[in-house]
Design a protein around this ligand. Structure first.
Ligand SMILES: Cc1cc2nc3c(=O)[nH]c(=O)nc-3n(C[C@H](O)[C@H](O)[C@H](O)COP(=O)(O)O)c2cc1C
Length: 204
């Protein structure tokens, strides 16, 4: 199939959704290490979830202002639009969230709550356009063990299934409270995380 690989590279693009309030913290660092393992041709975008507000979520109605394309939108709506566009345009969504109370951070949860609002907006066909994308998780935790992240992983895996997305897997590592990874050898392991995507990129 080598000829096919060269003729028809399957474009994969990764949106890294940064859900920690701490810029450059351990979870973002882990995700950046993982991204180093992606093939050079895979596009990647880094988006911060902090600043996302609740207005589009209350009552699970669409945030019309956020979805409008004009430039008069408030900053919050513009940020929501940016996240919506990135979510729809990339083939792979990577949820990068520290483990907070065994699950995702509040900002990450709010981002996923926006998926519900976007789904209720018929014009977007959000559900249809999410189908077949791949959802991944990158997380760090401080005190506990990797299996403390079961609620985080289970929630995201079920979310992927609900939207007919593929589940890519979860990269979990312990971190120090200072925001460094507990084991510096992690870099090598992290760089192999997207391996299946890497292989698929080359074999389709
Ligand atoms: C509100 C809050 C809740 C947390 N909950 C957990 C937890 O349930 N289990 C755990 O091991 N660590 C927990 N931690 C620690 C963070 O998961 C850990 O410090 C993580 O590496 C922070 O990532 P960051 O540097 O990317 O922000 C919590 C931290 C905060 C601030």
């Amino acid at each position: 199939m080598a000829g096919r690989v060269l003729d028809e590279p399957r474009a994969r693009s990764f949106a890294f959704m940064l859900g920690s309030p701490r810029v450059g913290g351990a979870t973002e660092l882990l995700a950046r290490r993982a991204a180093e393992g992606l093939p050079a041709e895979a596009e990647r975008s880094w988006l911060r979830l902090s600043g996302l507000h609740h207005s589009g979520v209350e009552g699970f109605g669409p945030s019309s202002a956020a979805l409008a394309k004009d430039d008069d939108r408030p900053d919050g709506d513009r940020h929501e639009r940016l996240l919506l566009d990135a979510t729809l345009e990339h083939t792979d969504i990577v949820v990068v969230s520290p483990l907070y109370w065994y699950s995702v951070s509040a900002q990450t949860k709010l981002y996923l709550d926006h998926w519900a609002a976007w789904m209720s907006h018929a014009d977007l066909d959000f559900r249809g356009r999410m189908r077949g994308k791949t959802l991944w998780a990158v997380s760090t935790f401080a005190r506990g063990q990797a299996d403390d992240a079961e609620p985080l992983v289970g929630m995201l895996r079920r979310t992927a299934r609900y939207l007919d997305m593929r589940w890519g897997g979860a990269l979990l590592h312990q971190a120090r409270s200072t925001g460094e990874l507990a084991d510096q050898e992690v870099a090598h392991h992290a760089a192999a995380f997207f391996g299946p995507a890497h292989a698929e990129l080359r074999s389709h």
